[in-house]
Design a protein around this ligand. Structure first.
Ligand code: B12
Length: 491
């Protein structure tokens, strides 16, 4: 019996299909006995796993393997006690980690006694080959994308596995979940599904955690995306979608075809795209996107300085962001522009210039939503943005990753960056608070009219005069209003 675990990662109102686990379940569906445990729903997944294993043991089908998906932050912290307990109770059953955390920090994951294998990057084929090797000759050396400990305990990292289109793998076994628990109300619709129509990203931005894990992109055919969403609509009543793709738009012909196929489904959707890509699209394609239900697009604008964009390897010019902010208005789609503030070379100047740039965007398109991030590095193959090698040492153990200092780093609550003076960090946070109060996000469906007015009236003078410091009254107002934070909570 295979046990899949999605450790707790989201608040109940942000709960969505655990796609990483569904992708793996899809390739064993019909061939293996398996069970899915989702910490986003189950308050004590360990207890449920243990109960299920005792039950299986009685039926002579003991726990064979625990497969865990792990993102940095709360999910990694939640994975640790479950894996420890599983190891203690079932010492012979291997534990496999996959997903962004172990793909980025493979050695730290393998340093734990309760992690035997790490599957780096795309997991479907690696997982199936690992299962076969575990049941057969126990030779793991030929399995691409796998890292493991040899018999001396040394870490072995096999070569990478070439990426395949998600369309090459079977549909997800949604029926194995209590689907009603995952289709929740968002600003997009009353039953919001999630889907990832492509994997990876072909760009090389040197601040991004995706690049070291997937260095190219493969899309599923538009026909399949539409068919899956049609199924989610018909079978489970989904009426909106959040696309999880790192880069939803690549080729214009693909986008146009996808839009045509999505239109009849009448679903509203959110996705992530690149400014330069969509700026090059014709009005015809934009019109198709609008008709297909595109409601909001998240764009990494990152900076208002061409020099900083160049340092980030972003392949973008600030003027393109301004052009898009203006153009997208005519199609009624809301852009969500994300910025990374605090260039390590000169964080003060960078913060000042980015704030000026964001103000410019707001003048051009007041509906544009703004996400303000601190620069939180992830390890990169070709050097991290900002030339910070040597200034930051990532933890070598899971226990250290789980400490408050690194938890706050990954969750971007309080990253403690050596190059970012405290007063600049405060300035970034203060500006974020003012701009988000002046224009409270439309994503917050629980925000009442009085709450919106309170935040807007308290922040209007600050924004108009550019006075962001010590916004105690806004901090106080946010405690009452509890505005949604797209930067931390996603939709
Ligand atoms: C959904 C999501 C979330 C959800 C949680 C979902 C859940 N599991 O319950 C929410 C909104 C809560 C969330 C939060 C955060 N997230 Co998040 N999230 C994503 C997102 C958008 C999609 C992941 C997904 O489901 N993809 C679909 C599946 C099919 O793909 P996949 O996960 O890559 O899985 C494949 C492989 O990785 C592998 N695999 C994965 N797991 C396993 C397990 C095993 C055993 C095996 C064999 C293989 C395997 O096989 C799968 C199939 O090929 C990604 C971006 C992205 N598009 O990937 C960011 C992403 C993973 N998140 C990220 C981050 C940083 C966070 C936060 C820490 C940020 C924050 N501000 O707080 C938080 C906190 C995390 C937490 N709470 O633990 C980063 C991670 C990289 C980094 N920068 O460090 C990403 C890449 C976003 C980004 N561009 O930076 N997130």
């Amino acid at each position: 019996m295979i046990f899949f675990l999605n450790p707790r990662a989201a608040k109940p109102k942000n709960r969505r299909f655990p796609l990483s686990i569904l992708a793996l379940a899809a390739v064993v569906e019909g061939r293996e006995d398996y069970a899915i445990f989702d910490g986003n729903i189950d308050p004590d997944p360990w207890e449920s796993i243990d109960r299920a294993s005792i039950d299986q043991a009685r039926r002579q089908k003991p726990a064979e393997l625990l497969a865990v998906t792990v993102m940095p932050g709360p999910q990694m912290v939640a994975a640790i006690p479950v894996c420890r307990a599983f190891r203690e109770r079932y010492p012979a059953a291997p534990i496999v980690w996959g997903g962004y955390f172990p793909s980025l920090y493979t050695d730290a994951a393998l340093n734990a006694k309760y992690v035997d294998f790490v599957v780096r990057g795309q997991g479907e084929e690696t997982f199936v080959e690992l299962l076969a090797a575990l049941r057969g000759k126990q030779d793991f050396s030929g399995i691409r994308g796998l890292s493991y400990k040899d018999r001396f305990g040394l870490h072995v990292h096999n070569p990478e596995r070439p990426l395949r289109s998600p369309g090459d793998f079977p549909w997800y076994p949604y029926h194995r979940l209590e689907t009603a628990k995952y289709l929740l109300r968002t600003f997009l619709g009353s039953r919001t599904a999630v889907h990832q129509a492509s994997i990876g990203c072909p760009f090389r931005c040197n601040f991004c955690g995706v690049v070291p894990v997937f260095d190219r992109e493969k899309m599923e055919p538009p026909e399949r995306t539409a068919a899956i969403l049609g199924h989610l609509k018909q079978q489970y009543g989904a009426d909106a979608v959040q696309f999880y793709d790192n880069n939803f738009f690549l080729r214009e012909d693909h986008t146009a075809e996808l839009a045509e196929r999505l239109a009849p489904l009448e679903m509203r959707w959110w996705c992530e795209g690149r400014i330069d890509t969509v700026l090059g699209y014709s009005d015809r394609t934009w019109e198709k996107l609008r008709r297909a239900g595109s409601a909001m697009i998240f764009f990494g604008a990152e900076s208002g300085s061409d020099e900083v964009l160049r340092q980030m390897n972003k392949n973008l010019k600030a003027e393109q962001t301004l052009a898009l902010a203006a153009r997208i208005r005519q199609f009624g789609i809301i852009p969500e522009f994300s910025f990374i503030l605090g260039n390590p070379q000169d964080p003060e100047r960078d913060t000042r210039r980015s704030i000026e740039f964001i103000r410019k965007i707001k003048r051009i398109n007041p509906e544009a939503e703004i996400i303000v991030q601190h620069y939180i590095p992830t390890p990169q193959r070709d050097g991290m943005y900002g030339g910070i090698e040597g200034q930051i040492q990532f933890p070598a153990t899971l226990e250290e990753w789980a400490t408050e200092r690194w938890y706050n780093f990954t969750t971007r609550i309080d990253p403690h960056l050596p190059w970012l003076p405290e007063r600049i960090r405060r300035r970034i946070d203060d500006f974020e608070l003012v701009v988000n109060s002046r224009w409270p996000t439309v994503q917050d469906i629980y925000l009442r009219r009085w709450g919106r007015s309170l935040l807007q009236s308290l922040s209007a003078w600050r924004y108009a005069l550019g006075i962001y410091g010590f916004p105690v009254e806004l901090e106080w107002a946010h405690k009452i209003v509890n505005l949604r934070k797209p930067r931390l909570e996603s939709l």
